[in-house]
Ligand binder design. Structure first.
Ligand code: UDP
Length: 234
């Protein structure tokens, strides 16, 4: 296996599957099995989940809800998703711990770096909920930050698209996929890998990102094994 400790970022939207809102049990199960395959190879797995399937802070613009309040609502949404994934993983025999950027004693542990690393060393999947616990950030930023803190080898961004393209492949037929691209080139071409805060954190700390299709069976394991799946940003 190429990577020993990974941080997997899953968007909230991906968890809604074919639905227009909320959680799809089928997708949860599918992702849990993908994660299990990797854990069985002795890989240490941390997960950051988004909340876009339930609530995004940006939705509050022009509404009666204050933006900061909205961002906290978004963070709580990520905890709902994290709890759903935790249960699904446990149901198939994977040991997990849920850590949150916002204190919520009854459902999760607070995020403490040394503790997170200890869980990983014991083979538990550590799920990070509530982003970084501060408004005006995204869960992509949380993924980059937590990955750096726990010294992960790589951030794996599981999406619907199988990598980084010269243009949006869902809109442009002639869009070409990169198998490999530098941080500098992503920046110069203005490509959308992660938001700028998240991207810059990875770049400044030399943390590679792999964008790949999480919905293809076995893909996560292939990425971890070092196969050329998706796009490596380095
Ligand atoms: N959020 C936040 N700080 C964080 C992480 C998330 O304020 O550190 C809020 C923000 O409002 C965001 C929402 O939580 O819109 C859900 O996260 P995100 O949009 O990143 O989820 P995804 O797009 O991955 O589903």
């Amino acid at each position: 296996m190429k990577y020993k400790r990974i941080l997997l970022k899953l968007s909230g939207e991906s968890l809604q599957g074919e639905k227009s809102y909320g959680l799809d049990a089928k997708v949860l199960k599918q992702y849990a099995y993908e994660i299990k395959k990797v854990v069985e190879q002795g890989i240490q797995v941390a997960v950051v989940i988004g909340g876009g399937n339930i609530f995004r802070g940006a939705q509050t613009v022009g509404s009666s809800i204050d933006r900061v309040q909205g961002d906290y609502m978004g963070m709580l949404a990520t905890v709902i998703n994290a709890m759903a994934l935790q249960s699904t993983l446990e149901k198939i025999g994977v040991f997990t711990r849920l850590m949150s950027g916002i204190k919520m004693e009854q459902v999760c542990e607070p995020f403490i770096k040394r503790r997170a690393v200890r869980h990983l060393e014991k083979g538990r999947v550590v799920i990070f909920g509530a982003g970084i616990g501060s408004p005006y950030f995204t869960t992509d930023s949380a993924a980059s930050l937590r990955a750096i803190e726990i010294e992960a080898d790589v951030v794996l961004k599981g999406t619907r698209v199988d990598g980084v393209y010269t243009a949006d492949p869902e809109k442009f037929d002639d869009a070409e996929k990169f198998t490999n691209i530098s941080f500098q080139e992503v920046y110069e071409r203005g490509l959308n890998v992660m938001d700028m805060t998240a991207f810059t954190l990875c770049r400044e700390n030399n943390l590679p990102i792999i964008v790949f299709d999480m919905n293809s069976e076995g893909n996560l394991l292939r990425v971890v094994a070092g196969e050329e799946v998706g796009t490596l940003v380095h």
